[in-house]
Ligand binder design. Structure first.
Ligand code: DLL
Length: 436
C-alpha cells in the first residue's frame, strides 16, 4: 500500500518540474522573509528570480547547524510568532539547543510524510502503534504520533523509559507496530527476555527505527529477537523531524519524500556536489515548509543516493543507510573510523551481544589508543577462560581487518554497558582532555 501514490509514484520529469517550481518559490520566500537568507544570497550574488533549473541549486549557499545556534532561538523564522503553533528542539552533543518551529500547515505536512512512512511498513487504521520515542522537545514522539493518527491507527503514546512497563503494555494492548530507536528496541527485547516474555509470540509485526545510525547486522538482531520486520526511518529536526525518508518492506534504501525535501550529496570537506551512487554528506532543501524554510542544510550525515526505481512502485530517490555522521567519525592514528564499521564486525561474532562502546584515548605524549568494550552473552561469560581469550583474539583480528588499525577488545559482563532510552552514545573520546 502507498499512502499518496500521486506524489510517491510521480514520473521523474513531473517530479523535477514540481521541485523546480517549489524551489523557485521557496527561495524567493526565504529571501523576502528571513534576513539571514537575504544576506547570504546577496553575498553569493544570487537573485532568486534567476533560478531557472534544478542545477542552479548548486550555486546557493549552504546552511549549517551553527547558523541555527547563531540565530537562537527564533532568528531564522519566516513567519510571525503568532503563526507558530509548535516548537521543538534538538540538543546534539554540545552547545545550545537547535530550535525549530512549525505553522499549522507545517504540522499537517509532517503528519502527511509520517503517514507515508508508516504506510511504507503496511500500517493501516487496523494497527495499534506503540510509540517509544521520547515525547517533548525531541521530534521523535510527537512527529510519529501525528502520522499514526493521520493513518487512523490506534496510538499508544508511551514515550521512552520505564522499560519493564513498556514490555507489559506492548503485550497487553496487543501493539502490532513499534516506533523507537534501534538501541531501545534491543533494550526492550532484552528486558522482555528477563521477564520471561517471548516477544516473538506477541502481535508485533513491524518496527520503525531511526534517530541514530544502525547497521544491517543490528537489523537482523532486532528482527530475530522481536519477531518483526525492522524498517529504517530518517529525519532531522532542522528539516522537519522524522518523516524525511523511510524504507519500504523491500528494505533497500529509504524513499525520500522528494516533493517536500530536495536531497543532494556533497563532498563533506569541499562541499562539491557528488553524483548519484557516491558516498558523501546529505544536504536538504525544504520545498514547502513555512515557519522555518531551510536552503541546502548540511546534515553531517554520510549516505548516498540511489535513483533506480524500487520494486514497491515508488519512484522517489532513495538514500542508503546512514553509515555515520561526519562528526561521529573519529580519527585514530590518522585512520577514519565510524561506529557502524565496528558494529558490523562485532555483530558477526558468535557470543557477543549488540551492546558496545568505542573508547579513543591518548597517553600523554604517546600514540592514540582504540579500545572496544563489548558485552558477551551470559553463557559465554561463565564458560572456560580459554574460550573468552579466543573470542577476544578473534574480535581483535576482525576489527584490524576492517578498520585497518589495531584495536584492543575488552569483553565485559552482561549489563556492564549503559543502556539508552533514546539515542545511544557509542563513542567516548577521552583525547578531548588533551586538546587545548
Ligand atoms: O532524530 C528525528 C528522528 C526521530 C528520526 C525519530 C527518526 C526517528 P534530531 O534529534 O534532530 O532528529 O537528530 C537528527 O539523527 O542528523 C542523524 O544524524 C540521526 N538520524 C536520524 N535518523 C537516522 C537514521 C531526529 N535512520 C540526527 N539513521 C540526524 C541514522 C539517523 N541516523
Amino acid at each position: 500500500m502507498i499512502w499518496n501514490d500521486e506524489m510517491e509514484c510521480l514520473p521523474r520529469p513531473e517530479m523535477d518540474a514540481l521541485q523546480l517550481q517549489r524551489l523557485q518559490s521557496r527561495v524567493r520566500y526565504a529571501y523576502e522573509r528571513v534576513p539571514f537568507y537575504r544576506d547570504a544570497l546577496n553575498e553569493a550574488g544570487i537573485d532568486p528570480a534567476g533560478i531557472s533549473c534544478l542545477a542552479d541549486l548548486q550555486c546557493l549557499p549552504f546552511t549549517r547547524k551553527n547558523d541555527f545556534r547563531d540565530h537562537y532561538p527564533f532568528g531564522l523564522l519566516a513567519v510571525p510568532m503568532d503563526d507558530v503553533v509548535r516548537v521543538h528542539g534538538s540538543s546534539g552533543t554540545t552547545g545550545k539547543l537547535t530550535v525549530v518551529a512549525y505553522t499549522q500547515n507545517d504540522i499537517g505536512l509532517w503528519a502527511e510524510v509520517m503517514a507515508r512512512t508508516l504506510t511504507c511498513g503496511g500500517v493501516t487504521r487496523r494497527d495499534i502503534v506503540h510509540i517509544g520515542y521520547g515525547y517533548g522537545l525531541f521530534t521523535g514522539g510527537l512527529g510519529v504520533h501525528y502520522g499514526a493518527e493521520r493513518v487512523g491507527a490506534t496510538v499508544i503514546p508511551m514515550s521512552s523509559g520505564n522499560t519493564a512497563r513498556q514490555v507489559m503494555l506492548l503485550r497487553d494492548f496487543g501493539a502490532t507496530a513499534i516506533c523507537c530507536t534501534p538501541s531501545y528496541a534491543l533494550f526492550l527485547a532484552e528486558t522482555a527476555q528477563e521477564e520471561g516474555i517471548d516477544m516473538r509470540q506477541s502481535k508485533l509485526r513491524v518496527g520503525f527505527f531511526g534517530a541514530e545510525p544502525w547497521t544491517d547486522a543490528m537489523r537482523r538482531e532486532i528482527e530475530e529477537r522481536l519477531g518483526i520486520v525492522a524498517l529504517d526511518i530518517y529525519g532531522l529536526s532542522e528539516v522537519t523531524g522524522p518523516g524525511v525518508a523511510s524504507e519500504c518492506t523491500e528494505q533497500c534504501g529509504m524513499h525520500i519524500f522528494e516533493d517536500h525535501f530536495l536531497p543532494e550529496i556533497v563532498d563533506p570537506t569541499t562541499g562539491t556536489p557528488l553524483p548519484y551512487g557516491e558516498w558523501g554528506e546529505l544536504v536538504f532543501t525544504t520545498l514547502t515548509k513555512e515557519a522555518l524554510p531551510v536552503i541546502r542544510y548540511r546534515t553531517g550525515d554520510i549516505s548516498r543516493l540511489v535513483a533506480e526505481p524500487c520494486a514497491c512502485g515508488r519512484t522517489t530517490v532513495r538514500m542508503d543507510k546512514i553509515c555515520g555522521r561526519s562528526d561521529d567519525m573519529i580519527i585514530v592514528r590518522g585512520v577514519n573510523i565510524f561506529p557502524s564499521q565496528v558494529e558490523s564486525v562485532l555483530l558477526r561474532l558468535k557470543g557477543v551481544q549488540p551492546h558496545y562502546v568505542i573508547i579513543a584515548d591518548r597517553e600523554r605524549g604517546a600514540m592514540d589508543t582504540l579500545e572496544v568494550w563489548v558485552e558477551v552473552s551470559e553463557n559465554i561469560f561463565s564458560d572456560q577462560l580459554g574460550d573468552l581469550a579466543d573470542l577476544q583474539k578473534g574480535a581483535e583480528l576482525a576489527l584490524q581487518e576492517v578498520l585497518g588499525i589495531s584495536a584492543r577488545v575488552k569483553l565485559v559482563e552482561p549489563h556492564r554497558i549503559e543502556r539508552s532510552m533514546g539515542k545511544a552514545k557509542r563513542v567516548i573520546d577521552r583525547r578531548d582532555a588533551y586538546r587545548s
